[in-house]
Design a protein around this ligand. Structure first.
Ligand SMILES: Cc1cc2nc3c(=O)[nH]c(=O)nc-3n(C[C@H](O)[C@H](O)[C@H](O)COP(=O)(O)OP(=O)(O)OC[C@H]3O[C@@H](n4cnc5c(N)ncnc54)[C@H](O)[C@@H]3O)c2cc1C
Length: 838
């Protein structure tokens, strides 16, 4: 039987089961029979879940999957996604050996640089690839042409080649996975449309279809561009927009050959190519994108019968792509086009997948694959199955986690603007520190107008406008321009950052941190709940502040909190601006699972502004505007109380993220401007300087203060990341992750987070760069930046325990150049903490 025959046999068999024998109960129902749903079902079954049902409203693959171009590229900016894509390739090789091989063709891929900047990007990616053992290597324009003879080398600066990339038949892939899933017990029903999902006590209970109802514990929404519509059945917002995406298939014009040319991407020209038998597939990302059925005022409305269908050809929008493609492959000017495919595909507002459990218990989503779903199929199925079985992600999936989307994504207008912006800049080089421009300003602090009037440069985080730095501070230091980081790291840099850093260390800095996410936890069992969820002993008495992590069962860090007990039964949790939805989601899930339903959890982010005042002069400034005693004795480090500042009642919390004496002031938002102005006025006498977030980053790196999603995440535990001091193994409560930590402590850690110092402060690592010792790659940079007080560049990386001795010389590859660094023990500045306790 030919490959095609075996696939049509599977399709026939599955079709013949449609609707018949639909069970009334199943543990897990997967909705969607594209590559996403079939891969999730395949992996669930492979990991032992036998009671799984997969439903599709039409035929398998009849959504976006059937019209995909089938390119599989592995390397992505996110390390986790790269690992997932590498797993996909392993899986496709294995599936190729089965009786339903998906025509996996490991022909390799070439990426061209048609600009100097792109070549820098390529060199940076080659460095990352080294940390994954991916054989990505630089090749010349001529070598690229040898591999892909149809290309012109005109304007090509250089290229890279990854031999293990390839192409696969997307429909065959989905059928191969469906076949494997069925063999392992998954029941597949096509032509079975999910019409409603019933929930009870915040959890999914039942799926209602046009062929009958299925009671279930877990629903996995693998609906591709239909996922938002399925989400709306349980009032969950899934921010995905169907976008028109096009490619053409040419007539045959090449000699028949045993081998296939590698696929070719030329992002500067916005185009990609792959061989299709004796012709070419050519597609790209248009600058003028086209959302489909979604508008600024309406959610997507994909027609009920849109299966196995395409959109009309849109040649006008494709014109630039066609012109560019002929510049790179001149032959395309001569050959005819056999067909143009214009298919809709689900895109998210940041071009990353949308994965994970939603706010409805047991309702998972795996969708929004942004035209790289075929590359991700294997990895998506694997991580989702693991997540569902363990009840928590088994890898750091933050960049793909649905909980990265805040409430602003409930708005179709915000979602659309961001999605369009990301689609249209898909192939651009994204420099570190680059800010998104659409839908701004959205959330602003009460002090926003003051910042604007005082020359602030704003960045955006989670919809908030935040001060990066004040341009007016740039002239404060005459030597600072010499500190501009080399290359990309210097692109969005300002001497103001160094000036604000020094002001905070030498006099005082004032920071508007109103965007911090804040939660109020309340109830007679609030203390017990927090003791069960957090690793530290967080109940130290009213007015005490505790720094803690909330861990998963593996001991990985899910949240990084400061918690203040404000009265006997009330706690204020403060976490990073971008992590509000994620962290509140985590707490709510723990509350549900640990049966603390009587504890109230409220997001109070907008209710309270937060203003930070730090530096050697901070106390003198505060003393001049408050009647309260703020001496070290009366107001020690890690304590919090209500005071007044000028006319404003505020909570003052003696804590710091910059490593200096000072306070965070939490006042009700309507007072924030008055509070800010009072401090600015009082500070004049003490050289107080308004400062921004970029300075905070340099200050905290010197102090070794960790950032979640920077140096710590769900894959790192407190012991290896230097946070063992915030673990209270001896407290009486059996907190989540305790068992895992005890085992880690007993066995000892295998790696440790270490600071690496580079003498030349202008050579800055940006993250993901390889670290090597004695010629061997031993780690990957997690974060990097400048330390203006110590006069060095700082990078943090997890290194094998044998290579963590301070003083050890290592090398970091920064843009293709190996730069020497020295391992140092952090904190790098004020190691005994004298300044903060002064
Ligand atoms: C033109 C084009 C080119 C592409 N090229 C590439 C490429 O080269 N490489 C790459 O990696 N990716 C590429 N992609 C992306 C890739 O094809 C998609 O990411 C992937 O196919 C999406 O799979 P999915 O399973 O999420 O969604 P889909 O394939 O759309 O599957 C969703 C399924 O859910 C079903 N469904 C919806 N609602 C219900 C309901 N209520 N009840 C039951 N079932 C329901 C639908 O019928 C559908 O079958 C391309 C996409 C397009 C459009």
């Amino acid at each position: 039987m030919s490959n095609g025959d075996s696939f049509s046999k599977i399709a026939d068999e599955i079709s013949s089961t449609s609707g018949k024998d639909l069970p009334t109960r199943a543990r897990i129902v997967v909705i969607g029979g594209g590559v996403g749903g079939t891969s999730v079902a395949y992996h669930l079954a492979k990991y032992g879940e036998k009671d799984v049902v997969l439903l599709d409203r039409n035929e398998l693959t009849s959504g976006s999957t059937f019209h995909s171009a089938g390119l599989v590229g592995q390397l992505r900016a996110d390390p986790t996604l790269t690992k997932m894509n590498m797993y996909s390739v392993e899986l496709y090789r294995e599936l190729q050996k089965t009786d339903t091989p998906p025509t996996w063709n490991e022909c390799g891929s070439i990426k061209l640089a048609s600009s100097k900047e792109r070549m820098e990007e390529i060199r940076r990616q080659i460095g990352w690839a080294r940390t994954f053992d991916l054989n990505l290597h630089e090749i010349s324009a001529k070598e690229a042409q040898d591999l892909f003879p149809l290309m012109s080398t005109e304007g090509v600066v250089g290229a890279c080649f990854l031999p293990t990339d390839g192409q696969v038949d997307p429909s065959q892939l989905a059928h191969a996975l469906a076949n494997g899933a069925r063999k392992d017990g998954v029941k597949i029903f096509t032509h079975t449309r999910v019409l409603a999902i019933v929930t009870e006590n915040g959890r999914v209970k039942k799926v209602q279809t046009d062929k009958g109802d299925i009671e279930c514990e877990i629903v996995v929404n693998c609906g591709g561009m239909f996922a938002p519509e399925i989400g709306r059945l349980v009032d969950v917002r899934i921010p995905i927009i169907p976008m028109s995406h096009q490619y053409v298939v040419t007539d045959s014009f090449m000699e028949r050959s045993e081998t296939t040319m590698p696929s070719l991407r030329d992002p500067d020209l916005l185009v990609y190519f792959r061989q299709e038998v004796q012709g070419l597939v050519m597609g790209g990302y248009e600058r003028d994108s086209k959302p489909w059925t979604a508008s600024e005022t309406k959610f997507d409305q994909v027609p009920k019968d849109f299966n196995g269908r395409l959109l009309p050809e849109d040649w006008d929008r494709f014109e630039e792509i066609v012109e560019n493609s002929q510049r790179r492959v001149p032959k395309l000017g001569e050959v005819g086009v056999r067909t143009m495919i214009n298919g809709p595909e689900g895109f998210t507002p940041d071009n990353e997948f949308c994965l994970g459990e939603t706010e409805v218990g047991g309702f998972y989503v795996a969708a929004g694959f942004c035209a790289h779903g075929i590359a991700g199929t294997g990895g998506i199925g694997k991580v989702m199955a693991e997540w569902i079985i363990a009840g928590e992600p088994t890898m750091d999936l933050w960049h793909m986690d649905i909980r990265r989307f805040g409430a602003q994504y409930n708005s179709p207008s915000f979602t659309l603007k961001r999605t369009v912006e990301n689609y249209e800049t898909y192939y651009d080089i994204h420099y570190p520190g680059e800010e998104r421009q659409s839908a701004r300003p959205l959330k602003v602090s009460p002090v926003y107008e003051w910042h604007k009037a005082n020359n602030a440069t704003f960045g955006e985080k989670a919809g908030w406008e935040r001060v990066n730095f004040y341009d007016s501070n740039a002239s404060a230091s005459t030597t600072s321009e010499a500190l501009r980081p080399n290359g990309w790291a210097g692109k969005y840099w300002s001497p103001a950052i160094a000036a604000e850093h020094h002001a905070t260390r030498t006099t005082a800095g004032i920071f508007d941190e109103s965007s911090f996410a804040k939660f109020q936890v309340q109830g007679a069992r609030a203390a017990e709940f927090l003791q069960t969820v957090c690793a530290n002993d967080v109940v130290k008495g009213v007015g005490k502040i505790v720094y803690t992590q909330a861990l998963n069962k593996r001991g990985g860090i899910e949240c990084d909190f400061t918690i203040t007990q404000t009265d006997e039964n009330t706690f204020l949790i403060v976490t990073g601006t971008a992590f509000g939805t994620h962290d509140l989601g985590w707490l709510k899930k723990q509350r549900r699972e640990l049966k603390f339903d009587d504890v109230s959890l409220e997001d109070v982010t907008g209710r309270f502004a937060c203003i930070g005042l730090w530096g050697p002069n901070a106390r003198k400034i505060l003393e001049s505007v408050t009647p309260q005693d703020v001496s070290n004795e009366a107001f020690p480090f890690m304590s919090s109380k209500m005071i007044t500042i000028g006319d404003v009642p505020t909570r003052a919390s003696r804590i710091t993220y910059v490593g200096e004496l000072g306070w965070e002031f939490y006042c009700s938002s309507e007072y924030a401007l008055s509070l800010w102005q009072s401090l600015i006025e009082a500070g004049k006498e003490f050289d107080l300087v308004p400062c921004g977030y970029k300075a905070i980053d340099t200050l905290r790196l010197e102090k070794g203060y960790r950032a979640w999603a920077g140096e710590i995440n769900s894959e790192t535990n407190p012991y290896e990341s230097g946070l063992g001091f915030a673990v209270a193994l001896t407290k009486k409560e059996n907190f989540v992750g305790k068992q895992a930590l005890e085992a880690i402590k007993k066995d000892g850690v295998t790696r440790r987070l270490r600071a690496i110092l580079i003498d030349d402060i202008t050579r800055v690592a940006l993250g993901n760069e390889p670290v090597r010792y004695n010629g061997e790659v031993i780690g990957r940079v997690k974060s990097g930046g400048q330390g203006h007080s110590i006069g060095k560049s700082i990078a943090y990386a997890y290194l094998p325990i044998a290579n963590t001795e301070p003083g050890t010389k290592v090398e970091i590859e920064i843009f293709g150049e190996w730069i020497q660094g020295t391992i140092a023990k952090d904190p790098l500045f004020d190691p005994t903490g004298e300044r903060i306790k002064a």
